[in-house]
Ligand binder design. Sequence first.
Ligand SMILES: C[S@@+](CC[C@H](N)C(=O)[O-])C[C@H]1O[C@@H](n2cnc3c(N)ncnc32)[C@H](O)[C@@H]1O
Length: 310
Amino acid sequence: MTKAPQEKAAALASNIRALADAILEQNPMHRSFLTAALANITPDELSHLERYLDFCRQRGLTIDYLAECYLTIVGDTLREQIYFQKHKKYRYSSFAEVADNVYFNDEYMSFYMYGLAITSFLWPNHLALFRFFRDMLPRDKKGAYLEIGPGHGYFLLTAMERSAYTSFKGVDISETSIAQTRALLEHFGGGKKSFELTCMDFLACDLPENGFDAIVMGEVLEHVEEPERFLRQIARLAKKDAHIFVTTCINAPAVDHIYLFRTPEQIEKLFADCGLKIKSQLIRPYEGKTLEESLQQLLAINVAYVLERK
Ligand SMILES: C[S@@+](CC[C@H](N)C(=O)[O-])C[C@H]1O[C@@H](n2cnc3c(N)ncnc32)[C@H](O)[C@@H]1O
């Protein structure tokens, strides 16, 4: 039986309660969004968020800092949405324009990645992607798992905890992301399964062709100038029956989104051109809108795909 929102709120663990209070103290306008968000999370997901916050606190981060991380993403996204509605394009279109302010700026990137981990639980669109990832992940397949752009590391940790893959590799261009992922995996997964993290541009990596049984790339395609090169590289590195999982977004501005996808069809054609076939998909329109309305009104749509090599 699902709990009434009040009962659920009363049962909130202490870190989540403190985070919600800190967010509302810094931004009282966020109340109705946050109330709806907390009502949307299952008790199991709440316990995962609680343990994530606990991990952060053990790293010496305060709840006020984490609230600030989260609200930085909320504020930055709102500002970019206003720009996007006015200009019908993302503010930046090249990696060079965003790299120093985002990926190579430790202070900002730390904010961004802790904040993004929290949105994975609190934003209904991000939570839908995370659930799809978790539910589609094969539970009994063995072999090598590769993740491109693990960022905060929570997807990679989930794969280590829920799947039977035997080795785990993460590649990320940002030192800050690599450090956050490493700390998370060492905290929760250390010693149980082997993992290797490399700070590098995925396109510059020398990885074995046909070498991976699973390849995951969450929220990276919209951050790069030539998404087709990433997809071709994935198709080259994947074994014939590998589990391939990719998420991206459409009309979804953010400080570092540089490649604008305008329709799901555009993304799906790109997969086909790059030697990838769709096995299942999640198309998540803007909250409260249909797909058609979201497309017409240029509102953010999130998409996730399970793919295989053609
Ligand atoms: C928005 S975060 C996504 C984090 C996580 N995968 C998720 O879905 O929530 C994007 C990550 O991709 C990394 N990234 C961007 N360009 C990259 C590249 N060329 N090679 C490897 N990583 C890259 C960034 O540093 C960042 O950690």
